[in-house]
Design a protein around this ligand. Sequence first.
Ligand code: FES
Length: 339
Amino acid sequence: MVNYKIKIESSQLEFDVKPSQTILEGAIAAGITIPYGCQDGACGSCKGKVISGKFFLNDYQSSALTDSDIKAGMTLYCRAMAQGDLVIEPNVPEIFDEYSPKVMPVRVESLTKLNHDVMQMYLKLPASEKLIFKAGQYIEFLMADGSRRAFSMANAPHESMIELHLRLIEGGKFTSFVFNEMKEKSIHRIEGPIGQFYLRESEKPIVFIAGGTGFAPIKSIIEDMIFNKNKRKIYLYRGVRSEKDFYMTDLVNSWNKKLENLTYIPVVEDGSVKDARNGYVHHAVLEDFNKLSDIQIYCCGAPGLVENAFIDLTKNGLPDDQFFADAFTFSPKKNKKII
Ligand code: FES
């Protein structure tokens, strides 16, 4: 079978890709490091330029690759398949070198149920290791069969232990294992930090949209802002299906009381909470802001939430480069993010 040659413009590195492989799969197989996350067209981490050559682009989420990205010659390497030789230029974010991922062992320090289907896990690193990351990034568990499971860190970077929030996924092997069999003090291997969901420099008010355990990386960012005395205006929209899905409400209520710059808006889809808004969480944002050009959105949750929020908010005036997202999926295969 004919392979195509992919050349990286700036480094002059080359690798082969099979017609059945994505550009990213070809790069990984050749041991070439380019940034990536979900491998599913949802997170935008693998976005980069195709300078010349023909390729086919499979389905992707418009929040991961916007129309302006396409106009600028960008694509998602995890969804793009070469149809001939290509010259590409990966978009290596400024944090990629400084916060480059590494593999390290961790010990499960504690497992605590936070509600009916969310487990809080604390992981301890060996004394000789330090995980340097940006609030909002994630780590991956490296499984014995070569697969990976990704979860956002809920702790701020200055804290020594890694905190994760894991939702029990029906039929999900790893989360069932965590809920039913994983032992405290057991040792695992992780790789991190990964991802480009982190706070961008700006004076604009921040609107966080957290769906379910998408609260985890947002907690990390807010606690980091508190630690760094960052007083930017924060609107925290937290969406769940029904009341029983909330967790860590005392913590969020204490932020709401103590922090003058934070406004908390709980949103419950089924309307089961008297003091919360009803319906979809991003609809509450649309109802509250009539000028979306003056804010930045940071959205984390299921792909449907992220995609719908991106479409509806940008349609109503949010510049697409002011929407930052981290989407997760409930049907993990290799390297899928499930938070
Ligand atoms: S969009 Fe390609 S890795 Fe997530």
